[in-house]
Design a protein. Structure first.
Length: 636
Protein backbone atom coordinates (compact mmCIF):
# COMPACT_ATOMS: atom_id res chain seq x y z
CA UNK A 1 0.00 0.00 0.00
CA UNK A 2 0.99 3.62 0.07
CA UNK A 3 3.15 3.04 3.10
CA UNK A 4 3.01 0.47 5.85
CA UNK A 5 4.07 2.26 8.99
CA UNK A 6 5.22 1.12 12.36
CA UNK A 7 4.06 3.34 15.19
CA UNK A 8 5.78 5.13 18.00
CA UNK A 9 2.52 5.64 19.83
CA UNK A 10 -1.01 4.27 19.58
CA UNK A 11 -2.65 6.22 16.81
CA UNK A 12 -5.74 7.16 18.83
CA UNK A 13 -3.48 8.73 21.42
CA UNK A 14 -0.66 9.63 19.12
CA UNK A 15 0.24 13.28 18.87
CA UNK A 16 0.45 14.01 15.18
CA UNK A 17 0.61 17.29 13.30
CA UNK A 18 -0.58 18.89 10.08
CA UNK A 19 0.31 17.04 6.93
CA UNK A 20 2.37 18.53 4.17
CA UNK A 21 1.13 19.42 0.70
CA UNK A 22 1.68 16.51 -1.64
CA UNK A 23 2.99 18.18 -4.75
CA UNK A 24 6.69 18.92 -4.54
CA UNK A 25 9.36 20.20 -6.85
CA UNK A 26 10.84 17.17 -8.58
CA UNK A 27 14.32 16.55 -9.99
CA UNK A 28 15.54 20.04 -9.20
CA UNK A 29 13.08 21.73 -11.54
CA UNK A 30 10.18 24.07 -10.86
CA UNK A 31 7.51 22.15 -12.73
CA UNK A 32 4.58 20.62 -10.87
CA UNK A 33 3.67 16.99 -11.04
CA UNK A 34 0.72 15.60 -12.94
CA UNK A 35 -1.33 15.70 -9.73
CA UNK A 36 -0.74 19.38 -9.01
CA UNK A 37 -4.30 20.33 -9.91
CA UNK A 38 -5.48 18.40 -6.88
CA UNK A 39 -3.18 20.11 -4.42
CA UNK A 40 -4.65 22.48 -1.88
CA UNK A 41 -2.82 25.37 -0.19
CA UNK A 42 -0.13 24.42 2.30
CA UNK A 43 -1.32 24.55 5.85
CA UNK A 44 -4.93 23.82 4.95
CA UNK A 45 -6.71 23.36 8.25
CA UNK A 46 -8.43 20.24 6.92
CA UNK A 47 -5.00 18.68 6.62
CA UNK A 48 -5.95 17.42 3.15
CA UNK A 49 -3.34 18.15 0.54
CA UNK A 50 -4.49 15.98 -2.37
CA UNK A 51 -8.04 16.19 -3.64
CA UNK A 52 -10.90 17.15 -1.34
CA UNK A 53 -12.82 15.63 1.54
CA UNK A 54 -16.05 13.73 0.84
CA UNK A 55 -19.27 15.75 1.11
CA UNK A 56 -20.77 15.75 4.59
CA UNK A 57 -24.13 14.50 3.31
CA UNK A 58 -27.27 13.84 5.32
CA UNK A 59 -26.61 11.06 7.82
CA UNK A 60 -28.82 8.16 8.64
CA UNK A 61 -28.47 5.68 11.46
CA UNK A 62 -27.65 2.12 10.57
CA UNK A 63 -26.25 0.49 7.49
CA UNK A 64 -22.79 -0.90 6.78
CA UNK A 65 -19.67 0.81 5.45
CA UNK A 66 -16.98 -1.42 3.95
CA UNK A 67 -13.31 -0.52 4.43
CA UNK A 68 -10.37 -2.19 2.69
CA UNK A 69 -7.10 -3.48 4.08
CA UNK A 70 -4.44 -5.78 2.65
CA UNK A 71 -3.90 -9.36 3.76
CA UNK A 72 -0.64 -9.50 5.67
CA UNK A 73 -1.14 -5.95 6.95
CA UNK A 74 -3.80 -6.69 9.54
CA UNK A 75 -4.33 -6.64 13.34
CA UNK A 76 -2.24 -9.15 15.26
CA UNK A 77 -3.03 -8.19 18.87
CA UNK A 78 -6.05 -6.93 20.83
CA UNK A 79 -4.98 -6.34 24.47
CA UNK A 80 -4.34 -2.55 24.72
CA UNK A 81 -0.87 -2.92 26.29
CA UNK A 82 0.69 -3.66 22.92
CA UNK A 83 4.21 -5.10 22.58
CA UNK A 84 6.65 -3.43 20.23
CA UNK A 85 6.54 -6.40 17.84
CA UNK A 86 2.77 -5.95 17.35
CA UNK A 87 2.57 -2.16 17.38
CA UNK A 88 1.43 -1.38 13.85
CA UNK A 89 -1.23 0.98 12.60
CA UNK A 90 -3.36 -2.05 11.71
CA UNK A 91 -3.37 -3.35 15.27
CA UNK A 92 -4.16 0.09 16.67
CA UNK A 93 -6.89 0.68 14.08
CA UNK A 94 -8.70 -2.18 15.78
CA UNK A 95 -7.84 -1.32 19.39
CA UNK A 96 -8.65 2.39 19.18
CA UNK A 97 -12.20 1.63 18.10
CA UNK A 98 -12.83 -0.79 20.96
CA UNK A 99 -11.13 1.10 23.81
CA UNK A 100 -11.34 4.82 24.55
CA UNK A 101 -8.00 6.57 25.19
CA UNK A 102 -7.22 8.67 28.22
CA UNK A 103 -6.13 11.43 25.81
CA UNK A 104 -7.27 11.23 22.20
CA UNK A 105 -5.49 12.82 19.26
CA UNK A 106 -5.23 14.12 16.65
CA UNK A 107 -8.39 16.21 16.35
CA UNK A 108 -8.91 15.31 12.71
CA UNK A 109 -5.74 16.58 11.06
CA UNK A 110 -5.18 19.25 13.70
CA UNK A 111 -2.13 18.80 15.95
CA UNK A 112 -4.05 18.95 19.21
CA UNK A 113 -5.45 16.67 21.87
CA UNK A 114 -9.12 16.03 21.15
CA UNK A 115 -10.55 16.47 24.63
CA UNK A 116 -14.03 15.85 23.26
CA UNK A 117 -13.07 12.20 22.71
CA UNK A 118 -10.71 11.93 25.68
CA UNK A 119 -11.65 10.18 28.91
CA UNK A 120 -9.92 12.86 30.97
CA UNK A 121 -9.57 16.60 31.23
CA UNK A 122 -6.26 18.36 30.71
CA UNK A 123 -3.82 17.20 33.41
CA UNK A 124 -2.42 19.54 36.03
CA UNK A 125 1.32 19.51 36.77
CA UNK A 126 2.84 20.47 40.13
CA UNK A 127 5.94 19.89 42.29
CA UNK A 128 8.28 20.92 39.48
CA UNK A 129 6.34 18.68 37.06
CA UNK A 130 6.78 15.57 39.22
CA UNK A 131 3.13 15.38 40.33
CA UNK A 132 0.30 14.93 37.81
CA UNK A 133 -3.35 15.25 38.74
CA UNK A 134 -5.88 13.83 36.27
CA UNK A 135 -9.64 14.34 36.47
CA UNK A 136 -11.66 11.82 34.47
CA UNK A 137 -14.89 12.77 32.77
CA UNK A 138 -17.94 11.15 34.30
CA UNK A 139 -20.46 9.09 32.41
CA UNK A 140 -18.24 6.66 30.52
CA UNK A 141 -19.04 3.02 31.19
CA UNK A 142 -17.69 -0.37 30.24
CA UNK A 143 -20.05 -2.57 28.29
CA UNK A 144 -20.57 -4.68 31.44
CA UNK A 145 -22.03 -1.61 33.17
CA UNK A 146 -19.05 -0.70 35.40
CA UNK A 147 -17.97 2.97 35.33
CA UNK A 148 -14.70 3.98 33.68
CA UNK A 149 -12.96 5.60 36.61
CA UNK A 150 -9.61 6.44 38.20
CA UNK A 151 -9.11 2.87 39.39
CA UNK A 152 -9.04 1.74 35.77
CA UNK A 153 -6.13 4.08 35.05
CA UNK A 154 -4.32 2.93 38.19
CA UNK A 155 -4.92 -0.67 37.09
CA UNK A 156 -3.29 -0.02 33.73
CA UNK A 157 -0.27 1.67 35.31
CA UNK A 158 0.24 -1.28 37.67
CA UNK A 159 0.07 -3.68 34.72
CA UNK A 160 2.44 -1.50 32.70
CA UNK A 161 4.97 -1.65 35.52
CA UNK A 162 4.69 -5.43 35.57
CA UNK A 163 4.97 -5.63 31.79
CA UNK A 164 8.14 -3.58 31.37
CA UNK A 165 9.75 -5.11 34.47
CA UNK A 166 9.40 -8.47 32.75
CA UNK A 167 10.59 -7.26 29.32
CA UNK A 168 11.11 -3.74 28.00
CA UNK A 169 9.56 -4.80 24.69
CA UNK A 170 6.24 -5.67 26.31
CA UNK A 171 4.91 -2.12 25.90
CA UNK A 172 5.49 -0.35 22.61
CA UNK A 173 5.54 3.09 24.23
CA UNK A 174 8.21 2.26 26.78
CA UNK A 175 11.73 3.63 26.87
CA UNK A 176 13.82 1.99 29.61
CA UNK A 177 14.14 4.19 32.67
CA UNK A 178 11.10 6.28 31.80
CA UNK A 179 7.36 6.09 32.57
CA UNK A 180 6.03 3.89 34.17
CA UNK A 181 9.35 2.95 35.83
CA UNK A 182 9.59 6.46 37.26
CA UNK A 183 6.12 6.30 38.85
CA UNK A 184 6.64 6.24 42.61
CA UNK A 185 2.97 6.24 43.60
CA UNK A 186 -0.55 6.34 42.20
CA UNK A 187 -3.39 7.54 44.38
CA UNK A 188 -7.13 7.72 43.71
CA UNK A 189 -8.44 10.27 46.25
CA UNK A 190 -11.87 10.04 44.64
CA UNK A 191 -13.54 7.85 42.05
CA UNK A 192 -12.65 10.15 39.17
CA UNK A 193 -9.39 11.72 40.36
CA UNK A 194 -5.93 10.24 39.90
CA UNK A 195 -2.68 11.59 41.36
CA UNK A 196 0.58 10.26 39.89
CA UNK A 197 3.92 11.03 41.52
CA UNK A 198 7.18 10.65 39.59
CA UNK A 199 10.76 10.24 40.72
CA UNK A 200 11.96 12.73 38.10
CA UNK A 201 10.48 15.52 36.03
CA UNK A 202 9.77 15.41 32.30
CA UNK A 203 8.99 18.10 29.82
CA UNK A 204 5.19 18.40 30.31
CA UNK A 205 4.59 18.37 26.54
CA UNK A 206 6.57 15.17 26.21
CA UNK A 207 4.73 13.57 29.11
CA UNK A 208 1.28 14.45 27.79
CA UNK A 209 1.95 13.60 24.15
CA UNK A 210 3.97 10.47 24.78
CA UNK A 211 3.77 8.86 28.21
CA UNK A 212 0.10 9.52 29.00
CA UNK A 213 -1.02 7.88 25.75
CA UNK A 214 -2.87 5.28 27.81
CA UNK A 215 -5.96 3.10 27.53
CA UNK A 216 -7.65 2.64 30.94
CA UNK A 217 -8.48 -1.03 31.51
CA UNK A 218 -11.55 -2.57 33.21
CA UNK A 219 -10.15 -3.10 36.70
CA UNK A 220 -13.14 -4.98 38.09
CA UNK A 221 -13.31 -7.50 35.22
CA UNK A 222 -9.77 -8.07 33.99
CA UNK A 223 -8.01 -8.40 37.36
CA UNK A 224 -7.74 -12.16 36.92
CA UNK A 225 -4.85 -14.50 36.13
CA UNK A 226 -6.84 -17.25 34.40
CA UNK A 227 -10.22 -17.64 32.74
CA UNK A 228 -12.86 -17.75 35.46
CA UNK A 229 -10.22 -17.12 38.13
CA UNK A 230 -10.66 -15.12 41.32
CA UNK A 231 -10.25 -11.36 41.29
CA UNK A 232 -6.82 -10.23 42.50
CA UNK A 233 -5.40 -7.15 44.20
CA UNK A 234 -3.48 -5.68 41.25
CA UNK A 235 -1.59 -3.22 43.46
CA UNK A 236 0.47 -6.23 44.58
CA UNK A 237 3.31 -6.43 41.99
CA UNK A 238 3.25 -10.22 41.99
CA UNK A 239 -0.47 -10.23 41.21
CA UNK A 240 -0.02 -7.51 38.60
CA UNK A 241 2.52 -9.66 36.79
CA UNK A 242 0.26 -12.71 36.85
CA UNK A 243 -2.64 -10.63 35.50
CA UNK A 244 -0.48 -9.07 32.80
CA UNK A 245 0.92 -12.43 31.69
CA UNK A 246 -2.58 -13.86 31.35
CA UNK A 247 -4.07 -10.91 29.46
CA UNK A 248 -1.02 -10.62 27.21
CA UNK A 249 -1.14 -14.30 26.29
CA UNK A 250 -4.83 -13.97 25.44
CA UNK A 251 -4.25 -10.82 23.41
CA UNK A 252 -2.15 -12.51 20.75
CA UNK A 253 -4.63 -15.29 19.89
CA UNK A 254 -6.32 -13.91 16.79
CA UNK A 255 -8.46 -17.03 16.55
CA UNK A 256 -10.27 -16.03 19.77
CA UNK A 257 -10.58 -12.28 19.24
CA UNK A 258 -14.30 -12.69 18.55
CA UNK A 259 -15.15 -15.33 21.15
CA UNK A 260 -12.99 -14.47 24.17
CA UNK A 261 -15.24 -12.86 26.84
CA UNK A 262 -12.39 -10.52 27.84
CA UNK A 263 -12.70 -8.57 24.60
CA UNK A 264 -16.46 -8.22 24.96
CA UNK A 265 -15.82 -5.61 27.68
CA UNK A 266 -15.10 -2.36 25.85
CA UNK A 267 -15.64 1.37 26.38
CA UNK A 268 -14.92 2.65 22.86
CA UNK A 269 -17.31 3.60 20.06
CA UNK A 270 -17.48 0.06 18.67
CA UNK A 271 -17.57 -3.56 19.74
CA UNK A 272 -16.06 -6.44 17.81
CA UNK A 273 -18.80 -8.34 16.02
CA UNK A 274 -16.57 -10.78 14.14
CA UNK A 275 -12.91 -11.49 13.31
CA UNK A 276 -11.52 -13.82 10.66
CA UNK A 277 -8.19 -15.15 11.91
CA UNK A 278 -7.31 -16.49 8.45
CA UNK A 279 -7.11 -13.14 6.65
CA UNK A 280 -7.59 -10.53 9.40
CA UNK A 281 -10.97 -9.26 8.20
CA UNK A 282 -13.28 -8.02 10.94
CA UNK A 283 -16.58 -6.27 11.60
CA UNK A 284 -17.16 -3.46 14.10
CA UNK A 285 -20.68 -2.80 15.38
CA UNK A 286 -21.68 0.40 17.24
CA UNK A 287 -21.27 0.09 21.00
CA UNK A 288 -24.61 1.13 22.45
CA UNK A 289 -22.96 1.73 25.84
CA UNK A 290 -20.50 4.33 24.48
CA UNK A 291 -20.82 7.70 26.19
CA UNK A 292 -18.64 9.83 23.92
CA UNK A 293 -19.65 12.05 21.03
CA UNK A 294 -20.14 11.39 18.23
CA UNK A 295 -21.54 7.92 18.73
CA UNK A 296 -21.00 5.46 15.91
CA UNK A 297 -23.92 5.22 13.47
CA UNK A 298 -22.87 2.51 11.01
CA UNK A 299 -21.39 -0.97 11.15
CA UNK A 300 -17.83 -1.05 9.76
CA UNK A 301 -16.91 -4.08 7.66
CA UNK A 302 -13.09 -4.20 7.34
CA UNK A 303 -12.27 -6.50 4.43
CA UNK A 304 -8.90 -7.98 3.52
CA UNK A 305 -7.74 -8.08 -0.10
CA UNK A 306 -4.92 -10.16 -1.49
CA UNK A 307 -3.32 -7.20 -3.25
CA UNK A 308 -3.64 -3.48 -3.94
CA UNK A 309 -4.89 -4.41 -7.41
CA UNK A 310 -7.67 -6.55 -5.96
CA UNK A 311 -8.71 -3.71 -3.68
CA UNK A 312 -8.76 -1.22 -6.57
CA UNK A 313 -10.86 -3.65 -8.60
CA UNK A 314 -13.38 -3.75 -5.73
CA UNK A 315 -13.50 0.04 -5.62
CA UNK A 316 -14.00 0.36 -9.37
CA UNK A 317 -16.76 -2.26 -9.26
CA UNK A 318 -18.55 -0.34 -6.49
CA UNK A 319 -18.06 -3.26 -4.06
CA UNK A 320 -15.99 -1.30 -1.51
CA UNK A 321 -16.88 1.99 0.15
CA UNK A 322 -13.51 3.16 1.52
CA UNK A 323 -10.11 2.01 0.32
CA UNK A 324 -6.54 3.21 -0.02
CA UNK A 325 -4.82 3.58 -3.38
CA UNK A 326 -1.25 2.67 -4.11
CA UNK A 327 0.70 5.53 -5.65
CA UNK A 328 1.06 3.47 -8.82
CA UNK A 329 -2.74 3.54 -9.12
CA UNK A 330 -3.31 7.30 -9.28
CA UNK A 331 -4.14 7.03 -12.97
CA UNK A 332 -7.39 5.38 -11.84
CA UNK A 333 -8.52 8.51 -9.98
CA UNK A 334 -10.56 10.07 -12.86
CA UNK A 335 -12.50 6.83 -13.33
CA UNK A 336 -13.18 6.54 -9.61
CA UNK A 337 -14.42 10.12 -9.48
CA UNK A 338 -16.68 9.46 -12.44
CA UNK A 339 -18.21 6.66 -10.35
CA UNK A 340 -18.92 9.08 -7.50
CA UNK A 341 -15.88 8.47 -5.30
CA UNK A 342 -14.09 11.29 -3.52
CA UNK A 343 -10.31 10.87 -3.63
CA UNK A 344 -8.08 12.68 -1.15
CA UNK A 345 -4.96 12.25 0.95
CA UNK A 346 -1.73 13.47 2.43
CA UNK A 347 1.45 12.21 4.08
CA UNK A 348 1.74 11.57 7.79
CA UNK A 349 3.86 13.44 10.32
CA UNK A 350 6.96 11.42 10.93
CA UNK A 351 9.52 9.75 8.72
CA UNK A 352 9.79 6.96 6.21
CA UNK A 353 13.00 5.06 5.72
CA UNK A 354 14.79 1.78 5.20
CA UNK A 355 15.88 0.34 8.55
CA UNK A 356 19.57 -0.52 8.77
CA UNK A 357 20.51 -3.64 10.75
CA UNK A 358 23.65 -2.56 12.58
CA UNK A 359 24.00 -6.06 14.06
CA UNK A 360 24.01 -8.15 10.87
CA UNK A 361 27.25 -10.13 10.82
CA UNK A 362 26.81 -11.47 7.29
CA UNK A 363 29.78 -10.45 5.15
CA UNK A 364 31.05 -8.19 7.97
CA UNK A 365 28.06 -5.91 7.31
CA UNK A 366 27.88 -4.70 10.93
CA UNK A 367 31.47 -3.43 10.75
CA UNK A 368 30.89 -1.89 7.32
CA UNK A 369 27.63 -0.08 8.01
CA UNK A 370 28.80 1.40 11.32
CA UNK A 371 31.12 3.58 9.20
CA UNK A 372 29.28 6.88 8.66
CA UNK A 373 30.95 7.36 5.27
CA UNK A 374 29.32 4.12 4.02
CA UNK A 375 25.87 5.33 5.06
CA UNK A 376 26.60 8.67 3.42
CA UNK A 377 27.65 6.90 0.23
CA UNK A 378 24.34 5.03 0.18
CA UNK A 379 22.37 8.21 0.87
CA UNK A 380 24.06 9.88 -2.12
CA UNK A 381 22.56 7.13 -4.31
CA UNK A 382 18.95 7.91 -3.33
CA UNK A 383 17.38 10.48 -5.66
CA UNK A 384 14.44 11.53 -3.53
CA UNK A 385 13.09 14.22 -5.89
CA UNK A 386 13.05 11.67 -8.71
CA UNK A 387 11.39 9.09 -6.48
CA UNK A 388 8.68 11.64 -5.66
CA UNK A 389 8.08 12.39 -9.32
CA UNK A 390 8.29 8.95 -10.89
CA UNK A 391 7.50 6.45 -8.13
CA UNK A 392 4.96 8.44 -6.12
CA UNK A 393 3.57 10.39 -9.09
CA UNK A 394 4.07 13.62 -7.17
CA UNK A 395 1.97 12.44 -4.20
CA UNK A 396 4.77 12.52 -1.60
CA UNK A 397 7.34 14.90 -0.17
CA UNK A 398 11.12 14.75 0.16
CA UNK A 399 12.29 14.23 3.73
CA UNK A 400 15.80 13.63 5.05
CA UNK A 401 15.49 13.23 8.80
CA UNK A 402 13.37 12.07 11.73
CA UNK A 403 11.85 15.52 12.33
CA UNK A 404 9.96 16.16 9.09
CA UNK A 405 10.16 19.43 7.22
CA UNK A 406 6.45 20.14 7.35
CA UNK A 407 6.00 23.88 6.77
CA UNK A 408 4.02 24.25 10.00
CA UNK A 409 6.54 22.25 12.05
CA UNK A 410 8.64 24.66 14.16
CA UNK A 411 10.99 21.86 15.26
CA UNK A 412 12.34 20.92 11.80
CA UNK A 413 16.13 21.45 11.64
CA UNK A 414 17.76 23.40 8.87
CA UNK A 415 19.44 20.38 7.30
CA UNK A 416 15.99 18.88 6.65
CA UNK A 417 14.42 22.00 5.19
CA UNK A 418 16.12 21.84 1.80
CA UNK A 419 14.95 19.95 -1.25
CA UNK A 420 18.10 17.86 -1.52
CA UNK A 421 19.06 17.35 2.13
CA UNK A 422 22.57 17.07 3.61
CA UNK A 423 23.59 14.28 1.20
CA UNK A 424 22.28 15.27 -2.25
CA UNK A 425 21.88 12.68 -4.96
CA UNK A 426 25.36 12.25 -6.48
CA UNK A 427 26.57 8.84 -7.70
CA UNK A 428 30.03 10.29 -8.30
CA UNK A 429 30.26 11.53 -4.71
CA UNK A 430 29.19 8.09 -3.49
CA UNK A 431 32.01 6.41 -5.38
CA UNK A 432 34.51 9.09 -4.28
CA UNK A 433 33.67 8.56 -0.61
CA UNK A 434 34.36 4.85 -0.90
CA UNK A 435 37.64 5.36 -2.75
CA UNK A 436 38.76 7.91 -0.17
CA UNK A 437 38.22 5.33 2.55
CA UNK A 438 40.20 2.46 1.09
CA UNK A 439 37.74 0.69 -1.22
CA UNK A 440 38.54 -0.47 -4.73
CA UNK A 441 35.47 0.76 -6.60
CA UNK A 442 34.50 -1.22 -9.70
CA UNK A 443 31.53 0.32 -11.43
CA UNK A 444 29.08 -2.34 -12.62
CA UNK A 445 31.34 -4.84 -10.87
CA UNK A 446 32.15 -5.66 -7.25
CA UNK A 447 33.68 -3.07 -4.95
CA UNK A 448 36.00 -4.54 -2.28
CA UNK A 449 38.02 -3.31 0.68
CA UNK A 450 41.62 -2.64 -0.37
CA UNK A 451 43.19 -0.80 2.59
CA UNK A 452 42.59 -2.48 5.92
CA UNK A 453 42.55 -0.54 9.18
CA UNK A 454 40.82 2.21 11.10
CA UNK A 455 43.02 5.13 10.16
CA UNK A 456 42.53 7.84 7.52
CA UNK A 457 41.97 6.41 4.06
CA UNK A 458 41.24 2.93 5.40
CA UNK A 459 38.03 0.89 5.29
CA UNK A 460 37.44 0.72 9.06
CA UNK A 461 38.01 -1.57 12.00
CA UNK A 462 37.01 -5.20 11.59
CA UNK A 463 36.73 -5.14 7.77
CA UNK A 464 39.17 -7.69 6.25
CA UNK A 465 40.99 -7.10 3.00
CA UNK A 466 38.98 -8.18 -0.03
CA UNK A 467 35.63 -7.89 1.73
CA UNK A 468 32.96 -7.18 -0.92
CA UNK A 469 30.50 -4.35 -0.35
CA UNK A 470 27.31 -6.35 -0.69
CA UNK A 471 24.17 -6.86 1.38
CA UNK A 472 20.49 -7.79 1.09
CA UNK A 473 17.72 -5.21 0.93
CA UNK A 474 14.24 -6.44 1.90
CA UNK A 475 11.21 -4.67 0.48
CA UNK A 476 7.53 -5.29 1.01
CA UNK A 477 5.99 -7.44 -1.75
CA UNK A 478 4.39 -5.61 -4.66
CA UNK A 479 0.98 -6.79 -3.46
CA UNK A 480 1.46 -4.65 -0.34
CA UNK A 481 3.58 -1.79 -1.64
CA UNK A 482 4.57 -1.28 -5.27
CA UNK A 483 6.44 1.84 -4.19
CA UNK A 484 8.62 -0.14 -1.77
CA UNK A 485 9.63 -2.51 -4.56
CA UNK A 486 10.32 0.37 -6.94
CA UNK A 487 12.53 2.12 -4.39
CA UNK A 488 14.57 -1.04 -3.84
CA UNK A 489 15.01 -1.59 -7.56
CA UNK A 490 16.10 2.02 -8.13
CA UNK A 491 18.65 1.90 -5.29
CA UNK A 492 20.07 -1.48 -6.34
CA UNK A 493 20.53 -0.42 -9.96
CA UNK A 494 22.21 2.86 -9.00
CA UNK A 495 24.46 1.20 -6.43
CA UNK A 496 25.74 -1.38 -8.91
CA UNK A 497 26.29 0.94 -11.86
CA UNK A 498 27.77 3.88 -9.98
CA UNK A 499 29.70 2.31 -7.10
CA UNK A 500 29.97 -1.44 -7.61
CA UNK A 501 27.79 -2.16 -4.57
CA UNK A 502 25.91 -5.46 -4.83
CA UNK A 503 22.41 -5.07 -3.37
CA UNK A 504 20.49 -8.35 -3.29
CA UNK A 505 16.75 -7.61 -3.42
CA UNK A 506 14.22 -9.68 -1.48
CA UNK A 507 10.60 -9.22 -0.44
CA UNK A 508 8.86 -10.24 2.77
CA UNK A 509 5.32 -9.37 3.95
CA UNK A 510 4.90 -6.53 6.40
CA UNK A 511 3.71 -8.63 9.34
CA UNK A 512 6.64 -11.03 8.83
CA UNK A 513 9.19 -8.22 8.82
CA UNK A 514 7.77 -6.55 11.92
CA UNK A 515 7.77 -9.86 13.81
CA UNK A 516 11.21 -11.05 12.70
CA UNK A 517 13.39 -8.07 11.79
CA UNK A 518 13.77 -6.29 15.10
CA UNK A 519 17.03 -6.18 17.06
CA UNK A 520 15.26 -4.53 20.00
CA UNK A 521 13.08 -7.55 20.77
CA UNK A 522 13.88 -11.12 21.68
CA UNK A 523 11.82 -12.40 18.77
CA UNK A 524 14.24 -10.78 16.34
CA UNK A 525 17.51 -11.98 17.88
CA UNK A 526 17.50 -15.29 16.04
CA UNK A 527 17.09 -13.44 12.73
CA UNK A 528 19.80 -10.81 13.18
CA UNK A 529 21.93 -12.16 10.34
CA UNK A 530 19.03 -12.63 7.92
CA UNK A 531 18.59 -9.01 6.89
CA UNK A 532 20.82 -6.01 6.31
CA UNK A 533 18.35 -3.27 5.33
CA UNK A 534 14.55 -3.55 5.48
CA UNK A 535 12.31 -1.07 3.67
CA UNK A 536 9.07 -1.67 5.54
CA UNK A 537 7.84 1.78 6.46
CA UNK A 538 8.59 4.35 9.10
CA UNK A 539 7.17 6.01 12.20
CA UNK A 540 4.56 8.50 13.18
CA UNK A 541 5.89 11.06 15.62
CA UNK A 542 4.21 13.08 18.31
CA UNK A 543 3.51 16.81 18.47
CA UNK A 544 6.76 16.93 20.40
CA UNK A 545 8.82 14.92 17.90
CA UNK A 546 11.67 13.42 19.87
CA UNK A 547 13.15 10.11 18.70
CA UNK A 548 13.07 8.75 22.24
CA UNK A 549 12.39 5.03 22.02
CA UNK A 550 13.36 4.91 18.35
CA UNK A 551 16.98 5.98 17.94
CA UNK A 552 18.28 5.89 21.49
CA UNK A 553 20.43 2.88 22.27
CA UNK A 554 17.88 1.13 24.51
CA UNK A 555 14.78 2.23 22.60
CA UNK A 556 12.09 -0.42 22.31
CA UNK A 557 11.56 0.59 18.66
CA UNK A 558 15.27 0.70 17.80
CA UNK A 559 14.76 -2.16 15.36
CA UNK A 560 18.16 -1.78 13.70
CA UNK A 561 20.23 -1.52 16.88
CA UNK A 562 21.53 1.99 16.12
CA UNK A 563 23.72 3.33 18.93
CA UNK A 564 25.35 6.73 19.30
CA UNK A 565 26.25 8.20 22.72
CA UNK A 566 25.78 11.78 21.55
CA UNK A 567 22.36 10.94 20.11
CA UNK A 568 21.43 9.40 23.47
CA UNK A 569 22.43 12.62 25.26
CA UNK A 570 20.50 14.83 22.85
CA UNK A 571 17.39 12.66 23.17
CA UNK A 572 17.66 12.84 26.96
CA UNK A 573 17.87 16.63 26.70
CA UNK A 574 14.65 16.63 24.66
CA UNK A 575 12.81 14.39 27.10
CA UNK A 576 13.94 15.78 30.45
CA UNK A 577 14.95 19.35 29.66
CA UNK A 578 12.81 22.43 29.25
CA UNK A 579 14.55 23.98 26.22
CA UNK A 580 12.18 23.64 23.21
CA UNK A 581 15.20 23.90 20.90
CA UNK A 582 16.54 20.57 22.16
CA UNK A 583 14.32 18.61 19.78
CA UNK A 584 15.61 20.60 16.83
CA UNK A 585 19.23 19.92 17.79
CA UNK A 586 18.43 16.24 18.24
CA UNK A 587 16.75 16.11 14.83
CA UNK A 588 19.65 17.90 13.11
CA UNK A 589 22.20 15.46 14.53
CA UNK A 590 20.20 12.35 13.61
CA UNK A 591 19.62 13.72 10.11
CA UNK A 592 23.39 13.95 9.74
CA UNK A 593 24.15 10.54 11.28
CA UNK A 594 21.69 8.50 9.16
CA UNK A 595 20.33 5.94 11.64
CA UNK A 596 18.17 4.78 8.71
CA UNK A 597 18.23 5.57 5.00
CA UNK A 598 15.52 8.21 4.76
CA UNK A 599 13.07 8.00 1.86
CA UNK A 600 10.26 10.25 0.56
CA UNK A 601 7.59 11.01 3.10
CA UNK A 602 4.39 9.46 1.88
CA UNK A 603 1.10 8.79 3.55
CA UNK A 604 -2.25 7.78 2.20
CA UNK A 605 -4.58 8.47 -0.69
CA UNK A 606 -8.13 7.22 -0.11
CA UNK A 607 -11.20 6.76 -2.24
CA UNK A 608 -14.58 7.16 -0.49
CA UNK A 609 -17.91 6.21 -2.01
CA UNK A 610 -20.65 8.80 -2.49
CA UNK A 611 -22.87 6.76 -0.16
CA UNK A 612 -20.53 7.55 2.75
CA UNK A 613 -20.43 10.87 4.57
CA UNK A 614 -18.76 12.13 7.69
CA UNK A 615 -17.28 15.04 9.58
CA UNK A 616 -13.88 16.41 8.56
CA UNK A 617 -12.46 15.13 11.87
CA UNK A 618 -13.00 11.55 10.78
CA UNK A 619 -11.60 11.80 7.27
CA UNK A 620 -8.84 14.23 8.25
CA UNK A 621 -7.53 11.68 10.72
CA UNK A 622 -7.75 8.98 8.05
CA UNK A 623 -5.02 10.65 6.03
CA UNK A 624 -2.78 10.36 9.08
CA UNK A 625 -3.06 6.56 8.99
CA UNK A 626 -5.85 6.63 11.58
CA UNK A 627 -9.15 4.82 11.25
CA UNK A 628 -11.84 7.11 12.72
CA UNK A 629 -15.12 5.50 11.60
CA UNK A 630 -17.21 6.75 14.50
CA UNK A 631 -17.45 9.95 12.42
CA UNK A 632 -18.64 8.10 9.32
CA UNK A 633 -22.19 7.30 8.32
CA UNK A 634 -24.27 6.10 5.41
CA UNK A 635 -25.93 9.07 3.72
CA UNK A 636 -29.58 9.34 2.83
Amino acid sequence: MNRDLRLVRPIASCALTLIVALTTVACGGNGKSSTSADAQPRGSMSGIAYGSLPPVGTPKTGGTISFGQLAGSTPTYIFPIVPGSNATSYTFNLIQNLFAPLYSSPAGASPTIDYKLSLARKPAFADHDKTITIELNRGYRWSDGAPVDAADVAFEIDLLKAAVRENAGNWSQYTPGQFPTTVTSVATPSSYKLVIKLSRAYNPSYLLDNELALYPLPSTAWNIARAGGRHLDYSDPANARRIYDFLSSQGEHTATFQTNPLWKIVDGPFELKSFDADDGSYVLAPNRHYHGSPAARATIDVRSYASATAQLDALQAGQLDVGALDFSQLRAVPKLRSHGYSVFGGPSFGWVGATINFKDRTGHFAQIIKQLYVRQALAHLIDQPAYVKYIFKGAASVNYGPVPSVPSNPYAPGNNRTEHGPYPYSPSESASLLRAHGWRVVRNGQTTCRRVGSGPGECGAGIPAGTPLKFNWVDLPASQSATSVAEGQALAAEAKSAAGIDVELETKPFNFQIANYDDANRSGVRNRDDWAIANNGGFFYDFYPTSSGVFDTRGVFNAGGFTDPRADRLIDDSVYGSDPGAVTREGAYLTERLPVLFLPQSGNVYAVSKRVGGAADGFGALTLQSLAPQYWYVTR
